[in-house]
Design a protein around this ligand. Structure first.
Ligand SMILES: [Mg+2]
Length: 330
């Protein structure tokens, strides 16, 4: 039986909502990734979080039962500092508007981290720092106005916590952008450099990216020109999938990362219907409905894929009731 992963030589994974949920591994993920290793597939973990050092991520993944090391963990801070080292002269001063681990990386690539605009930095790099203060944002704004090149690790607007959403790295970028009338070069998903660097480091020729968010993961894969798998263990669900526009659509969907080891969900499309593994969605007078509502989760995902593929062909069609009927899919 052929599996989805058979068509790829590497799989890149987003972390939160795909590999783990808070402190816990996603069910079955560690076994699935171990199986990918046995099948000689390259695995890389890719995270926008620039506040944590790669070693912290490696330790967390290892503790959860994943095979992680220096070679297969990539953070947006690493991508940013690698690129800055290529663009800036060695020894150049960089105002670091981010965590201590970001400052460490800046130093590791041969640049000199500073904190004050009066040090005349040639560049500013912003990254998420839970201890960010307003005076530090002031220094970044002043340095950029004085001509410093502006970089940012990622621009995630929000960060999920147990208590709800809080501002992410995008918040501190927005604060500065309101002052300087410019935009930074951004490295993390959905921007191209992150996955381009993952491809470069792994030398993958046909990678697939696995994520839980349309706006960062799936758009990031589209921007990098690679295939993607949207899993339903994290942030986004069936409504986000169906609403995705061109350039935001996954190549495949699956309940979780184990879908890589399962057969591809095939779809047969006609102008007014989509059939996926026996589940049929039909378009009638602008409304999409299902011939039958499957009782099991896998069947409901098949039905969802049929609905999504048909809806994407017919922008403005109404699939509200059909989606509501899929009670087992979030
Ligand atoms: Mg995620």
């Amino acid at each position: 039986m052929s599996a989805l992963i058979d068509g790829y030589d590497a799989a890149f994974f987003d972390l939160d909502g795909v590999i783990y949920l808070g402190p816990l591994a996603v069910d079955g993920a560690a076994d699935a990734l171990a199986e990918l290793g046995r099948r000689d597939k390259t695995v890389m973990f890719v995270t926008n979080n620039a506040a944590r050092a790669a070693q912290v991520v490696i330790d967390q993944l290892t503790g959860l039962g994943f095979a992680a090391d220096d070679h297969n963990v990539l953070t947006s801070a690493q991508v940013a500092t690698a690129q800055m080292a290529r663009e800036l002269p060695a020894g150049a001063k960089v105002l670091v508007n981010g965590s201590e681990s970001l400052a460490d990386l800046v130093a590791e690539v041969g640049l000199v981290p500073v904190q004050n605009a009066d040090d005349h930095p040639v560049a500013v790099v912003q990254g998420y720092d839970p201890a960010m203060t307003w005076p530090r944002l002031d220094e970044a704004a002043l340095a950029i106005q004085a001509g410093a090149t502006w970089y940012a690790t990622n621009d995630d607007a929000s960060r999920p916590t147990e208590r709800g959403l809080v501002p992410g790295a995008g918040g501190s970028i927005a604060v500065i952008a309101g002052v300087v009338n410019a935009r930074p070069t951004i490295f993390g998903k959905p921007y191209r450099p992150m996955l381009a660097e993952a491809i470069r480091r792994t030398a993958a020729t046909r990678p697939i990216f696995v994520g839980d968010r349309i706006d960062t993961d799936i758009v990031g894969a589209c921007n990098a020109g690679i295939d993607s798998l949207l899993v339903f263990t994290g942030a986004h669900g069936k409504h986000d999938l169906v609403a995705a526009g061109p350039g935001e659509r996954p190549t495949h969907i699956g309940a979780d990362v184990r879908a890589l080891l399962e057969p591809i969900r095939g779809v047969q499309l006609t102008p007014t219907s989509a059939t996926c593994e026996g589940q049929v969605a039909r378009l009638d007078h602008g409304t999409i409905s299902l011939d039958a509502v499957p009782a099991d989760h896998a069947g409901q995902l098949d039905a969802l894929w049929a609905i999504a593929r048909l809806a994407w062909q017919h922008p403005g069609s109404d699939s509200t009731d059909a989606l509501a009927a899929l009670g087992l899919v979030r």
